[in-house]
Design a protein around this ligand. Sequence first.
Ligand code: NAD
Ligand code: DAU
Length: 344
Amino acid sequence: MRNILVTGGAGFIGSNFVHYMLARYDDCRIVVYDKLTYAGNLDNLLPVQEDPRYRFVQGDICNRADVEAAVRAHEVDTIVNFAAESHVDRSIMDPDAFIQTSVYGTYTLLEVARSLELERYHQISTDEVYGHIPAGQSSRETDKVEPRSPYAASKASADLLVNAYHVTYGLPITITRGSNNIGPYQYPEKAVPLFATNAIDGLPLPVYGDGRQMREYQYVGDHCEAIDLVLRRGVIGETYNIGTGVEVENLDMIEVLLDALDRPRSLIRHVADRPGHDRRYSLNIAKITALGWEPDHTPTEAIIKTAAWYRDNEWWWRKIKSGDFRQYYETQYGERLRAAAAQQ
Ligand code: NAD
Ligand code: DAU
């Protein structure tokens, strides 16, 4: 593993992975291959822009000729696929791009990896493929997938394709299923950066339903470290859960965030819920910890560190929130927030 194609590397986790790998390995070379959708942002890669070990190629993972050209031109031996439409609410509004990228795009990457006989294909997946997990249980890698949103279904479909290429063609694959990541460069449509940036501006925090849904918020750097470990020591053909093993209720996450930013609880607004909202995710992480990894941050530390990053990096998020994001925000929250205000 020396020349890695990081698809979706201009997004949140992908860009953090690029920073992690270039800081950790002198001999690692990375080509970011990214379509630059609304979520792709070259600002996320500014710190490595001048690094001779880094290259950027703009392209769609659904375009086989372009992917193949990038792989050949840069003598890529490993693909790590982060590229996806990643926001559940947008998948409810319009699933089309989710299916295109995660299903057809993953198929395209697998075909390139197979035909060019790459050393490794690694798929970045999610705990959402397991669906809602009742209290007292946690998901193991061998559990069946029961996705419940178009986003989760598109990711589960990709996992099935990746496994099929291993079983049928012997493609050397691994899969990691991560829980909710938080940290630098996360597009402010996701709950933690949305709430942090709204709180900084004294705007309401739109909390879906009762806010007692549970997520395993993990620091993105910890996730990247675990992905690297699976690339180095993971067993070919295997899937690994990556999380903290600790669930946090959304309202508890919000209280930590508001305290970290010194903002009042009165900013919390309960609004109409997300359709099909999964109440709880919970990962059993015994398999990845047995490989020799454990998270460096507790969920509370991760939330506080993330809040501080958004407080200190307005240059990054203000550009985003003042652009097309406004239209999205009105569509997703306008009616919800007006209805909540009318009930007060
Ligand atoms: P993101 O939305 O921030 O970034 C996605 C990136 O993929 C963007 O740079 C975008 O331009 C690119 N992209 C989208 N469609 C593309 C296409 N057709 N061709 C090439 N590039 C394309 O997403 P993220 O939060 O960084 O998530 C990255 C991956 O990790 C996704 O596969 C997601 O499902 C998975 N994941 C995310 C989380 C999380 O908490 N954010 C947790 C577990 C797994
Ligand atoms: O679990 C891993 C997944 O985590 C990833 O696969 C996804 O790509 C990523 O987007 C994330 O999905 P979630 O739907 O859990 O994340 P989101 O940040 O959208 O929401 C976190 C929780 O906060 C969830 O219970 C919904 C709630 N929420 C979210 C938003 C955007 C709100 O209450 N209000 C909001 O405005």
